[in-house]
Ligand binder design. Structure first.
Ligand SMILES: Cc1ncc(COP(=O)(O)O)c(C=O)c1O
Length: 394
């Protein structure tokens, strides 16, 4: 099957967080920027998903909705096929987002004043969730070795050993640096967490988006062994993978019965939500019929990444470092040798190039001087973006 990812789809007038001029004005100071910030795709979701949604809309009775056996079969089948994970249906918990789930897990597994570990520079809502729940953020920051990020295990263990460190929120694949942690790295981190009683919240929302052709492989944290499985929650969703974020469905897998009970109690307290009518319709169609589309879309996205790597090398030599893209559809670029002041870099990007990017500093101080670019869009947009950046930097 062939897919047309080159088509520019006008998303304005539909409440798109990425493209709505009012949102851009509020967030970035101008309504007419070319937008590459929030992590959704500018591609149409796979045709079988569109067909299933149209059929469900035409049926016309979007009442209260429960997840049925066909939903679980589709998700568990996807995990078995893609990640060889024999997950159990009873581990599943619904939330309408991974971020809400992280908040609930922090509430369930830690107490006020406890420390929660993250690896900066990292997806900024981790910090917000920890702080909002009255917990303390501790970062074992990743070490940047000319664009490739590594874990400082000594530091990681020292942070975990603190008596009040109770949970670790892990982004794997890592947003924004693009790492896909190896089994060895996961095992080493997991052993440290288990040794010190630190609960692992494995946010694997990007785990379907992996540069497998470069030898990278996603390992579901819970597959490392029983002691790892019993001390974690794994968070998945079809939202990033198939561009379904607006339908708000995620898959929170909690293998340990006692942890599940704590999670349920917290969710009950805040008024647990159920799925909307359309989300499981779309998710099932995506998992059951979306694999070919996913392979094709990731190949296209990877080419966008390669275009950026080539462009940077030709334009700025070694002055701009692009981190290797092992997974996710987010490129992470170090502009600090060109402009070391993050405020000036931001002005250059927003006011001169007139593009909306996620500024590196929002991922933590380690990100100052960096820019994150969402690659999931037609190549012509990436070309325009890079031309604008080059002209602005001149
Ligand atoms: C690492 C990570 N976790 C969670 C989310 C958002 O998840 P949700 O929309 O399901 O809350 C994102 C979105 O960019 C993300 O990158």
């Amino acid at each position: 099957m062939s897919f047309n990812f080159d088509e520019r789809i006008d998303r304005t007038g539909r409440g798109s967080s990425k493209w709505e001029p009012k949102v851009l004005e509020t967030m970035f100071g101008a309504p007419d920027l070319l937008s590459f910030w929030v992590a959704d795709m500018d591609f149409r979701t796979p045709q079988p998903v569109i067909d299933a949604l149209v059929e469900a809309a035409t049926h016309g009775c979007p009442g209260y909705t429960s997840l049925d056996q066909s939903f679980y079969d589709a998700y568990l089948g996807w995990q078995k096929r893609r990640n060889n994970w024999d997950a159990k249906q009873e581990w599943y918990r619904f939330t309408n987002g991974v971020v809400p789930a992280i908040n609930l897990l922090i509430l369930a597994m830690t107490s006020e004043g406890d420390e929660v570990l993250i690896q900066r520079p990292v997806y900024y809502p981790f910090t917000d969730s920890i702080v909002k729940q009255g917990r303390k953020v501790v970062s074992s920051s990743l070490v940047n070795k000319n664009g490739k990020y590594e874990i400082d295990f000594e530091d990681f263990e020292a942070k975990c050993a603190s008596p009040t460190c109770r949970a670790f929120v892990m982004s794997n694949p890592h947003n924004p640096v693009g790492r896909v942690f190896t089994e060895e790295e996961l095992r080493k981190m997991g052993e440290i967490c288990n040794r010190h009683g630190v609960f692992v919240i494995a946010d694997e929302i990007h785990s379907d988006l992996i540069a497998t052709h470069k030898g990278h492989k996603h390992v579901v944290y819970a597959t490392l062994g029983e002691e790892f499985e019993q001390n974690c929650a794994v968070c998945h969703a079809p939202s990033k993978t198939f561009n379904l974020a607006g339908l708000q469905l995620s898959c929170i897998m909690i293998p340990n019965e006692k942890v599940r009970a704590k999670f349920d109690a917290v969710q009950f307290r805040v008024g647990g939500t159920s799925s909307n009518y359309f989300a499981p319709v779309a998710a099932k169609a995506a998992w059951n019929h979306g694999e070919e589309w996913l392979e094709a879309v990731y190949a296209y996205i990877y080419k966008n990444y390669e275009y950026i790597v080539d462009f940077c090398a030709k334009t700025w030599g070694d002055k701009v470092v692009v981190s290797p893209l092992e997974g996710t559809y987010l490129a992470w670029l170090d502009f600090s040798k060109i402009e070391s002041d993050p405020d000036k870099l931001q002005d250059l990007v927003r006011k001169v190039a007139k593009v909306a990017l996620d500024e590196g500093y929002i991922f933590g101080p380690e990100g100052a001087g960096f820019e994150r670019i969402n690659l999931a869009c037609p190549k012509s947009l990436i070309v325009e973006l890079m031309d604008r950046l080059a002209a602005a930097i001149k």
